[in-house]
Write a protein that binds this ligand. Structure first.
Ligand code: F6P
Length: 365
């Protein structure tokens, strides 16, 4: 009987998930004794009755590396440690079904699991590892906020999308002599914002790592508008906030879902600018889920393929509780617990920040 490997994709989707799945399956096919299954919608495929597992063969994954999303589905709600259950009075609670999950994996003769996901999913991987699960992590997220890897896959494609948006906003801002605000994703990190702002040539970039002073932002915009060009592009990360201000978020009511959903920083900034006396005409664009959809770029396909092959090789080496990571130019294994210990945030004295400042970009401080 062949050994069984289960793949799950968890959390928000991002470009490159299918390229990882394809690489794992192709690498596993080079061994005689492995078969690969996919769990539909993260671990729901194992935890629901009936179970929803699909066989992943080389034929099934042929050509999927160019497709966005994930062919095995995902969810950023619930999970084995916080499974939502409805009470008799209609309210919701969450229960720990991790032991049940392990039991079901044994019942299916699954020897190893590769969990492809971001911070939340890798916390689940670590929890399952501590309970004895043979699990390997693969770091995914457009936010690039996992530590111990130079990049997560999906990030570079999101930066391309955001940069393309800046390029487009420049032409309309210039034509109308306006200030255009672009809100991008990234949760508590400003990676997408700062990369796209530098690549697109924005005048102002506001990131969670540097709380902004609204008067400094107005000053920078006025200087730019009055200097003759007559327009300005402001890129703001969804987690950015004023000094002494709060991040813009809504609290989710959905059981087992992320409690905090960020969003609205761009519109808030627009009001703050007007209140602070900014005279320019302002418009706002929220880029939203466009950053997560569509085809991965070449960099992310390559990184995802490298991650997939390495993850399977880590299964062969039984490096349980480890995550694949990119340390240029190598693909290495790091303990999952190190990758989730802290968020990977932009360091204030990094060359990235120095580059932005060195070209006269205002970071609002
Ligand atoms: O973590 C990826 C991400 O896209 C964040 O940048 C964003 O805050 C969040 O997910 C959005 O989640 P949802 O898909 O639930 O709107």
């Amino acid at each position: 009987m062949k050994k069984r490997l289960l793949i799950a994709t968890g959390g928000g989707d991002c470009p490159g998930l299918n390229a990882v799945i394809r690489a794992i399956v192709k690498r596993a096919a080079r061994e005689e004794d492995w078969e690969v299954l996919g769990s539909i919608d993260a671990f729901n495929g194992i935890l629901l009755d009936p179970m929803h597992l699909v066989e992943l063969t080389e034929e099934r994954v042929a050509g999927i590396h160019v497709q966005g999303g994930t062919i095995i589905g995902t969810t950023n709600k619930g999970g084995p440690f916080e499974w939502p259950v409805k009470n008799q009075d209609g309210s919701w609670t969450t229960v720990d079904r991790s032991n049940d999950l392990l039991e079901r994996l044994r019942y299916q003769n699954i020897e190893a699991v590769i969990n492809i996901g971001g911070d939340g999913s890798q916390r689940i991987s670590q929890g399952l590892f501590e309970k004895g699960c043979n699990i390997i992590g693969v770091p995914k997220t457009i936010d690039n906020d996992l530590s111990d890897t130079d990049f997560t896959f999906g990030f570079q494609t999101a930066v391309d999308v955001a940069t393309d948006a800046v390029d487009k906003l420049v032409t309309t801002a210039a034509s109308h002599h306006r200030v255009l605000i672009l809100e991008v994703m990234g949760r508590y990190a400003g990676w997408i914002a700062l990369h796209a702002a530098i690549a697109g040539g924005a005048e102002v970039c506001l990131i969670p790592e540097i709380p902004y002073n609204i008067h400094k932002v107005v000053e920078a915009i006025n200087h730019r508008v009055k200097s003759g060009s007559g327009f300005a592009i402001v890129v703001i990360a969804e987690g950015a906030r004023q000094v002494d201000g709060e991040m813009e978020f809504v609290e989710s009511e959905t059981p087992g879902a992320m409690k905090i959903k960020l969003g609205g920083a761009g519109l808030r900034l627009s009001h703050e600018l007007k209140e602070a006396g900014c005279q320019a005409e302002i418009r706002e664009t929220i880029l939203g889920h466009l950053q997560r959809g569509g085809r991965p770029n070449a960099f992310d396909r390559l990184l995802a393929s490298q991650f997939g092959v390495k993850a399977f090789e880590m299964v062969l080496e039984q490096k349980w509780g480890h995550m694949v990571a990119y340390r240029h130019p190598d693909i290495i294994a790091v303990p999952i617990k190190d990758a989730i210990r802290n968020y990977n945030l932009i360091e204030l004295d990094s060359d990235l920040v120095k580059t932005a400042r060195g070209m006269g970009m205002s970071l609002g401080d």
